[in-house]
Design a protein around this ligand. Structure first.
Ligand SMILES: Nc1nc2c(ncn2[C@@H]2O[C@H](COP(=O)(O)OP(=O)(O)OP(=O)(O)O)[C@@H](O)[C@H]2O)c(=O)[nH]1
Ligand SMILES: [Mg+2]
Length: 688
């Protein structure tokens, strides 16, 4: 691979709805630029970008994959991302290190939910973007209809064609540039005159493009409205600025499968995607905030944005250099752990392949290997000038399964393997839920978690069974109650005696536990008060009515009796346990259930269904918001009713709805449901 300066690099996140052709495009570009001598196919699992066995098995991308393309003295670093919503974390990582997004759209389907989400992600990351309408040779391909669907779905009028297709579907044979006013035919993009019959259409489209360009600058709009022609330079420059500022979103078209329009696309990317020096990021140096501009002469700072634990290579970290030059064999530190590293290997990735290099300049993307404990989000820097680059934030998980190791051997390896899974994927989380004694694996959706569970087995050799996690209920009381308990044990050996009188009182939500002694006159020696508390805490951990942790209770020991010989720690622990259990049962104990705040974003036509559906889930709609032609419904819903909400929402909205959810508070569980939970607990207890 040739050497490129920072200014010659373009980092491009390839985004779009699942199946829009992102991986096929990178594959076509590799072949077109002579890197490969045959074109792999997604269906055969033979593409360069989809190298993970699970990707080949499913025929979709799951991980981001870096595909560097050398074109006209530029290094175009394409970061192919998965379109499937469950893998949105990969898209976020890619956008964090890229200067712009290339958003692929299907020529028949037009704007889809994946298109809208990618667009929103581009907005959040404030990145310029270029649209590519792919599959123009497909039956029913319709360029204009797609443009309309994009403008209405994305609520952005400045979605401006820079090209028009010559023919559509089986007649698709090339593109017309509205900038050069020439036609480019076939795979080679052979220059030709614009077909006669298209001249009027081309003129109209060029006018719209020119108007959009003119509107980017006051002086140009005056000239334009004055009926004067913009010079080619003025036009190019205005388009340049318009795309960079995000005011204009240029649209190109072609076919990745038939390799049509790709040359023009790469030229546009080279022209409109900012080079790394044109982007400023904020970083930390000691306590100061500094700005980094991918200056090769600056202090070294590189972010790890993807981690893979490979069976053969070991730990691989994808890094983006945000300042300075990273040289092989240099001493570096991990800014988070202050761990020192000597860089043994430095490589440029191309799919699975690692091409060894001696250095990576500012702005470039590479892979470092075998740097223990380097995690996604960490900054590699120097001990002399340590710098920290802020990393991306990832969404909260939406789908959970309880995992149980299949065998003893699996159980021994489970912790470590789950840890490795989380290191590879920042959108996976693991929780050990005390309330239900379960280990819960959480991810962005069913497929995401399925794949993680499969990886546990295929990659880390750990077999687990999965189940729907139990709802982590809590127990509390709703009124004051008292109880007395005498514990006496006289059978063989040392006797035991303890008597405790206790009152329990409900506490405010979130107050947890209070333990108070109102004992007077020495009916119970001070030394036994901690024993009683220990007994109380055991019951609080185990639960009283359904085996869930007890919260927000005040326990008051107000009297009791002891025996000079038989009273001891264990006796008062037992009495503490039993008196607390009895008092709780007298205090109208209830179950509390976790309530989640759910924000569902759906096309307007599904709003009614979503709200109606929430009513069937004991949900309370809190409000709604409008966003382009989509509605966001905010609701508070019991977790028990939304454990598999993703699957239901997908079928309710034909895959067009998305949601986010977060724990909000606990609420009393309605009696008729509590009875079922209590009965189930009793049944299990009985079984045991
Ligand atoms: N007709 C036609 N099919 C295409 C074109 N590009 C891709 N495809 C097909 O579309 C399907 C999906 O292609 P991919 O490249 O895997 O799409 P993707 O965007 O990477 O999908 P995800 O990785 O799941 O997000 C495959 O069957 C491709 O052969 C094209 O230009 N024309
Ligand atoms: Mg793909």
């Amino acid at each position: 691979m040739a050497k490129f300066s920072t200014a010659q690099i373009r980092n491009i996140a390839v985004l779009g709805h699942g199946g829009s052709g992102k991986t096929t495009l990178t594959e076509a570009l590799l072949f077109k630029t002579g890197v490969t001598n045959r074109v792999g196919r997604v269906e055969d699992g033979t593409t360069t970008a989809d190298w993970d066995p699970e990707e080949q098995r499913r025929g979709i991308s799951i991980n981001l994959s870096v595909i560097p393309i050398e074109f006209e003295n530029l290094k175009l670093n394409f970061i192919d991302t998965p379109g499937y919503l469950d893998f949105s974390g990969e898209q976020i990582s890619a956008l964090h290190v890229a200067e712009a997004g290339l958003l692929l759209v299907d020529s028949v389907a037009g704007a889809e939910v994946g298109t809208e989400l990618a667009w929103e992600s581009l907005n959040e990351h404030k990145r310029p973007r270029i649209l590519f309408i792919n599959k123009m040779e497909r039956e029913n391909a319709n360029f204009q209809r797609v443009i309309e669907s994009l403008r209405s779905a994305l609520g952005h009028s400045k979605i401006i064609p820079m090209q028009l297709p010559i023919g559509e579907a089986e007649n698709f044979r090339g593109v017309i540039s509205l900038v050069t006013m020439k036609a480019y035919l076939g795979k080679e993009g052979k220059e030709a005159a614009i077909p006669e019959e298209m001249l009027a259409e081309v003129e109209t489209a060029r006018l719209a493009m020119t108007e959009a360009a003119a509107e980017t600058r006051d002086d140009l709009i005056v000239k334009y409205l004055d009926g004067q022609e913009l010079t080619p330079d003025e036009l190019r420059h205005a388009l340049h600025e318009g795309v960079r500022s995000g005011e204009i979103t240029p649209v190109y078209c072609g076919s990745a499968l038939n390799d049509i329009g790709l040359e023009r696309l790469m030229q546009a990317l080279g022209r409109y995607v900012p080079n790394p020096t044109e982007r400023t990021i904020v970083a930390q140096q000691d306590a100061d905030e500094i700005e980094l501009t991918s200056d090769a002469n600056g202090p070294l700072a590189a972010t790890a944005f993807k981690t893979i634990i490979d069976r053969y290579v070991g730990r691989m970290n994808y890094v983006r250099i945000f300042s300075g030059v990273m040289h092989k064999d240099t001493q570096l530190i991990n800014e988070r752990t202050h761990h020192h590293y000597r860089l043994a290997n430095l490589a440029t990735p191309r799919g699975k392949e690692l091409i060894n290099v001696n250095e990576l300049v500012a702005g470039d993307i590479g892979v470092v290997t075998k740097l223990e404990d380097l995690l996604t989000g960490d900054t590699l820097t120097t001990a002399e000038q340590p710098i920290r680059v802020e990393h991306a934030t990832y969404p909260q998980p939406l789908y959970s399964v309880a995992v149980t190791p299949a065998t003893q051997a699996d159980s021994a390896k489970l912790g470590q393997s789950l840890h490795a899974l989380l290191e590879e994927d920042p959108t996976l989380q693991v929780q050990t839920v005390a309330a239900t004694h379960q280990t819960v694996l959480q991810g962005m959706g069913e497929s995401h978690v399925d794949i993680a569970v499969r990886r546990l087995e295929t990659k880390f050799g750990v077999k687990v069974e999965t189940s729907i996690p139990k709802v982590p209920y809590q127990e509390t009381i709703t009124k004051i109650a008292s109880a007395q308990y005498r514990h006496r044990k006289q059978s063989g050996g040392a006797g035991q005696f303890a008597e405790v009188h206790m009152r329990v009182e409900p506490l405010e939500t979130g107050k947890g536990f209070e333990y108070v002694s109102e004992v007077f006159g020495g009916s119970i020696s001070g030394v036994y008060l901690p024993s009683i508390e220990k007994g109380v805490k055991q019951v609080m951990h185990q639960g009283v009515i359904a085996g869930y942790p007890v919260v927000d209770v005040k326990a008051v020991v107000y009297d009791g009796k002891e025996h000079p010989v038989d009273s001891k720690d264990i006796a008062f622990q037992t009495a503490g346990r039993e008196v607390f259990r009895h008092a709780m049962q007298e205090a109208n104990p209830v179950l509390l259930e976790p309530i989640y705040r759910v924000d569902v974003t759906v096309p307007d036509e599904y709003m009614g269904d979503v709200m109606g559906d929430f009513n069937t889930r004991r949900g309370r709609v809190q409000g709604m918001e409008q966003k382009n032609n989509r509605t966001i419904v905010h609701a508070l819903v019991p977790l028990a009713e939304i454990l598999r909400y993703g699957t239901d929402l997908r079928s309710m909205t034909q895959g067009r709805g998305v949601y986010a959810m977060e724990f909000d508070h606990f609420d009393p569980l309605p009696v008729y449901l509590a009875e079922t939970v209590i009965a189930q607990h009793k049944h299990v207890e009985h079984e045991e």
